[in-house]
Design a protein around this ligand. Structure first.
Ligand code: ATP
Ligand code: MG
Length: 263
């Protein structure tokens, strides 16, 4: 691949401006603007119902905003469908499709690679074997090499999350959206998962937007944090600034009496 020109490299991969989306009377997302650049990890945090998942859905095209704009790689995609955004480099971690539950993990990843390349490999056909080596390499990269021969249907939750990451990477995303990538994982497993994600973001200059309720994970792995509360941006900044922000503590982190206030 040709290296991007300096002008392209400096441009944020994702720009959202004035996003609004209501469901009935609920203003789920109410005037949200932020950017994510190549190689940057931005955490979108906030209490339950703050509008985080709705933001992800507006960015990948599952939802259309009532107002505002989504720009990916310099192109306004606000009115464009999910598949076009995927072609432009938007990847999202998702559950393994139920219809492929009978396939092995390797076959699922091989199919995702084939789909990305526009190959017409049938899920049950022999053509997928051509992608096995690359599927295995991706699985190894996310720490799931030993799962390659397992059937996707029987995976434990944490294993499924790693496989979802491999599936998203098969699409060679330049913007990766991860909605609670470590939900349901044990604390140790969470750190390991996010270490892999952070390393991939660096290696591949991926722009990462992730949501996470575990604040230790957020503070350890975000370059910048955007705090949502009832659809609006309450605060934004570097982890240290967010940790110290009184409004954030009150709205989200809790003004915990059991924690020293001079941290
Ligand atoms: N499809 C929908 N139909 C109706 N209301 C919705 C829909 N999706 C989200 N909402 C509402 O919009 C608000 C924001 O929801 P959203 O799922 O974006 O929050 P969230 O920040 O992802 O929360 P959580 O941390 O619990 O995942 C909530 O009040 C929710 O009930
Ligand atoms: Mg959510």
């Amino acid at each position: 691949m040709k290296p991007p020109s300096p002008a392209v490299a400096a441009m944020p991969v994702l720009v959202v401006e004035g996003l609004e989306r209501a469901f009935g009377g609920v203003r789920a997302v109410d005037g949200v603007s932020f950017t994510v650049a190549s190689g940057e990890r931005v955490a979108l945090i906030g209490p339950n119902g703050a509008g985080k998942t709705t933001c992800f859905n507006l960015i990948d095209g599952q939802l259309t905003p009532d107002e505002g704009r989504v720009t990916i790689g310099g192109t306004d995609v606000t009115a464009r469908p999910t598949r076009e955004r995927a072609r432009r480099g938007v990847g999202r971690t998702f559950q393994v499709a139920a219809s492929f539950a009978s396939m092995t993990v390797r076959e699922n990843v091989a199919l995702a690679i084939a789909a990305h390349e526009g190959a017409t490999a049938s899920p049950v056909g022999a053509g997928l074997g051509a992608y096995d080596a690359r599927a295995d390499a991706l699985l190894a990269r996310v720490g799931a090499a030993e799962l390659a021969g397992e059937h996707a249907a029987i995976l434990a939750y944490g294993d499924l999350k790693r496989v979802e990451l491999a599936l998203a990477l098969a699409g060679e995303p330049r913007l990766l959206l991860m909605d609670e990538p470590t939900a349901g994982m044990a604390p140790r497993e969470r750190g390991a998962m996010m270490d892999v994600v952070s390393a991939l973001v660096r290696e591949r200059s991926i722009a990462l937007l992730f949501t996470e309720h575990d604040m230790d994970v957020v503070f350890a792995h975000a370059d910048r944090i955007v705090v949502l509360d009832r659809g609006r941006i309450l605060a934004r900044g570097a982890p240290d600034a967010i940790r110290a922000d009184r409004r954030v503590q009150e709205a989200y982190l809790g003004t915990d009496d059991d924690t020293p206030t001079d941290r």
